[in-house]
Design a protein around this ligand. Structure first.
Ligand code: URA
Length: 484
């Protein structure tokens, strides 16, 4: 019996054929699996479900109940290069149906072989993600723009399976990956597949590569060199397409001498700690910064590069509201919307804060709303900017701007929304859940009420959100009560 598949990775075809074969009780050793062009040669032979006499119709499929883990195993094993993989998978399927004990046999040779094949495929996918290097060429279809092209020789039929990973990882670039079997192209919005290519079609080294080599050389730590592990992790097969591979022999030869030099060298100075943010006297900070108004403060934070966040944000986002407002709310840092619009708490967290303020009858323009950190810190994932919490150093570097703001606004009391704000305002770590809803006091005598950050409410499971919102409103009511 011949079972025909449309290509090397035709999982759906395998499932359909296997079901039909099972329905006809065809034992595995009577089936010959064919893929792609070998299958086309015998296109007119009877399919497994057909009765040669044409006298009766035979069901095309059977329902075989197999563990979900077996289906996941099939998804990976079909990508293996071994031509016997489909025979193995059908044999396993047959045996799972006819030998119930197979499910519980951890050392069955067929199952072990399939698992080893899956492992080898997964390793190959990992290597492709880790060792593929793009080189830049002029993009003929988009004059003036760059196309990134890479050559890679996978061991198994993995190109289609890893393609979505590359599309997610390099969304904003236009790129092509050439392999002997398939080529793959991302035009910025969709993946296109084509026939295989040749190594000679891939571009020669580009200028970016030199930069990468310099970087690799400078981060290479001779004291950590483990040649055997390196060879195992980065087999020689990949070296021709890895620019840094040409450096390895040289760096390895110097490793002993360089690690000796490292040991001889005197210890480097530890990084200077930014003094603990103590809310000493905001007015002093204000004079030291030479700030006389909120406008001057805005101009200063716009220029601020005391930590790296400011470099990447659109603008600084300072507090807004009434001068001498009785309550000043302090959040963590502006989010994506705040960064684009230049105003604090205008995104989803801001809308939740507005609802809570409305619930305690405090108009938003009666209070002052700000953040501990004045720039938006994010990580670019594809086209999306994903919020990243500021580090303690970054929050500490921004503290003097917050203190300036407090000195200018002169609120009667502060409300810290979340742990970052609480730490900045109190000059010590604050366990928000333990200390929320109570008045704390700063060294300068200003009272601080700590509560959750509205984003924490947004992240909660829906069933907990209502109660958490009620508790948040209760904290705000407590804050308002101080003001009488
Ligand atoms: N989260 C904050 O902490 N501040 C904002 O301004 C917005 C979201």
């Amino acid at each position: 019996m011949h079972a025909r598949l449309s290509g090397q990775t035709d999982l759906l075809g395998f499932r359909n054929e296997a079901r039909a074969l099972l329905a006809h009780q065809v034992p595995p050793d009577e089936v010959q699996w064919e893929t792609g062009s070998e299958a086309e040669a015998d296109l007119f032979a009877s399919p497994p479900g057909a009765d040669p006499s044409g006298a009766r119709s035979i069901p095309k499929a059977a329902t075989a109940i197999v563990p979900a883990s077996f289906l996941r195993l099939c998804e990976v094993v079909v990508l293996h290069h071994d031509p016997q993989r489909f025979s193995l998978l059908y044999r396993l399927l047959w045996r799972l149906v006819h030998e119930p004990t197979l499910r519980n046999d951890p050392i069955d040779p067929d199952m072990l072989l399939a698992q080893q094949m899956a492992q080898s495929v997964r390793r190959d996918m990992h290597k492709m993600k880790a060792f593929l290097r793009f080189r830049q060429v002029a993009d003929d279809e988009h004059p003036g723009e760059v196309l990134h092209v890479a050559w890679f020789e996978p061991t198994h039929h993995i190109v289609e399976a890893v393609a979505p990973w590359f599309a997610r990882r390099f969304t904003t670039m236009r790129w092509a990956i050439l392999t002997p079997e398939r080529s793959l192209r991302w035009d910025g919005s969709q993946l296109l597949f084509g026939p295989g290519g040749r190594r000679a079609d891939a571009p020669p080294p580009d200028a970016g590569e030199q930069l990468w080599l310099t970087y690799y050389q400078s981060v290479f730590n001779p004291a950590r060199l483990k040649l055997d592990t390196m060879r195992k992790e980065m087999p020689r097969k990949y070296w021709p397409d890895l620019p840094e591979a040409q450096l390895i022999d040289g760096l390895a030869a110097q490793a002993q001498q360089r690690s000796g030099q490292m040991i001889e060298r005197p210890a480097s100075e530890p990084q200077r700690r930014i003094p603990r943010p103590v809310a000493a006297d905001p007015v002093v900070t204000l004079h030291r910064d030479g700030i006389r108004s909120l406008e001057e403060l805005k101009a200063a934070t716009m220029r601020c590069r005391e930590c790296p966040i400011g470099e990447h944000a659109t603008q600084s986002v300072n507090g807004e509201g009434r001068l001498h407002a009785p309550l000043m709310f302090v959040g963590e840092q502006p989010g994506d919307q705040e960064d684009l619009q230049g105003h604090p708490f205008v995104g989803p967290a801001g809308q939740l804060l507005d609802r809570a303020l409305a619930a305690v009858d405090v108009p938003r323009d009666a209070v002052f709303v700000s953040n501990a950190v004045k720039h938006f810190k994010f990580e670019l994932r594809g086209k999306r900017r994903i919020h990243k919490s500021p580090s303690q150093r970054e929050a500490a570097a921004c503290l003097h701007w917050l203190e300036d703001e407090i000195a200018l606004v002169k609120p009667k009391a502060l409300v810290a929304l979340g742990a970052t704000a609480a730490r900045s305002l109190m000059g010590r770590p604050v366990a928000v859940t333990a200390e929320r809803g109570r008045w704390l006091e700063r060294p300068d005598g200003l009272k601080v009420l700590v509560t959750l950050h509205p984003s924490a409410l947004l992240r909660m499971p829906a069933e907990d959100r209502e109660a958490a919102f009620a508790a948040f409103v209760a904290d705000l009511r407590h804050a308002r009560a101080l003001l009488g």
